[in-house]
Design a protein around this ligand. Structure first.
Ligand code: NAI
Ligand code: MG
Length: 323
């Protein structure tokens, strides 16, 4: 029995997590789901957007399923704090097009430092955010990217950075990348500046296999990649550390469609499959991935983000039926 912390959060987070839990409940593996609060509604109820009980529950679980949280002005982001508290230094985001099978790559985003290191100061006329880059942080994310490429039979890892303007911090990132690349003789390596990467993601998305990058760049590239494959409602992610993992859709709480049964639950459902992979439950992870792929390819059920008129429940039911 696996202990899974479930944090629905705010907005569509609550709707799509419900779908992901329903999918997990149809499988043969049994889970002990422990529900915890985080986010804006939680803040309004108990004056914190991330209660200590939530952090401890995640820490002691085999994995966490996370919906999305709505940000609150002047409050530190609950998800960023959770990633740091649990030292989930990898953010792995598979990008796969169901229309063009040549578009299939993974963004490996450093998840614990960079401009998300939470060092921001207000000096009145001048406000400064610090971009923290460490040798250890670069090494572990870049090694992870090459190990991931090896394990998944990928042929190339591309580093994306801005070392022309940030010669120290991104110089370390680029140099560490090529030092580590040297020990992976079977994997090609190359690098682009982040701005060029952003362009190539549009002009030659088929080129990419594994992209490794720093925290903020990875965040921005992910949403761009969502545009490339058609909808952010399709993109799942795994936040992984040495002790546990947290699995969440790439999207946020989408207040514009929240509470309307309009959200595409696929990103959350695929995130639950990533959790199963992480837990070593490979067959059932594959069953979920296949069920999603079949429903998309049949094209009978489409949520509005995919150009259709079906709702969250219709999409969830179609996937459950395949399972
Ligand atoms: P968002 O990802 O919530 O929404 C961007 C756009 O994509 C919106 O038009 C939304 O309707 C659409 N969208 C998102 N998920 C969808 C789905 N599953 N199906 C169909 N359409 C979908 O990003 P936005 O609007 O920038 O942020 C909204 C709130 O979410 C903010 O408070 C933000 O801070 C928070 N956020 C939280 C994240 C997290 O908890 N990990 C990640 C990103 C944003
Ligand atoms: Mg984002």
């Amino acid at each position: 029995m696996f202990k899974i912390t479930v944090i629905p959060g705010d907005g569509i987070g609550k709707e799509v997590i419900q779908s992901a839990v329903e999918v997990l409940e149809t499988l043969n593996t049994k889970f002990d789901f422990v529900y915890q609060d985080a986010g804006k509604e939680c803040y309004e109820k108990c004056s914190t957007n991330l209660p200590p009980d939530t952090i401890e529950s995640c820490r002691s679980s085999d994995g966490t399923l996370f919906g999305a949280v709505t940000s609150i002005p002047q409050q530190k982001s609950a998800i960023v704090t959770l990633r740091r508290e649990l030292d989930l230094y990898v953010n792995q985001r598979p990008i796969k097009s169901y229309e063009n099978e040549d578009i299939d790559f993974t963004i490996i985003r450093e998840n614990s430092e960079g401009l998300y290191a939470n060092i921001e100061e207000d000096y009145g006329d001048e406000c400064i955010a610090t971009r923290k880059i460490t040798y250890k942080g670069c090494e572990r994310i870049i090694k992870y990217a090459f190990d991931y490429a090896t394990k998944t039979n990928r042929k190339r890892v591309t580093a994306s950075h801005k070392s022309n303007v940030l010669p120290i911090t991104d110089g370390i990132f680029r140099d560490t990348f090529y030092n580590i690349a040297g020990s992976y003789k079977n994997i090609e390596s190359d690098d682009y500046y982040i701005d060029a990467t952003a362009m190539y993601l549009i002009t030659k998305p088929e080129y990419f296999d594994v992209i490794v990058t720093t925290n903020l760049f990875g965040d921005i590239l992910s949403d761009e990649a969502a545009g490339v494959v058609g909808s952010i409602g399709l993109l799942a992610s795994a936040n992984i550390g040495d002790n546990t993992g947290l699995f969440e859709p790439v999207h946020g709480s989408a207040p514009d469609i929240a509470g309307k049964n309009k959200a595409n639950p696929i990103a959350a459902i695929l995130s639950s499959a990533m959790m199963l992979e992480y837990l070593g439950i490979h067959d059932e992870a594959e069953q979920i991935n296949n069920a999603v792929e079949e429903v998309i390819k049949e094209g009978q059920i489409k949520t509005p983000d995919l150009g259709g008129h079906n709702n969250t429940i219709d999409m969830t039911s179609a996937i459950l039926k395949k399972l």
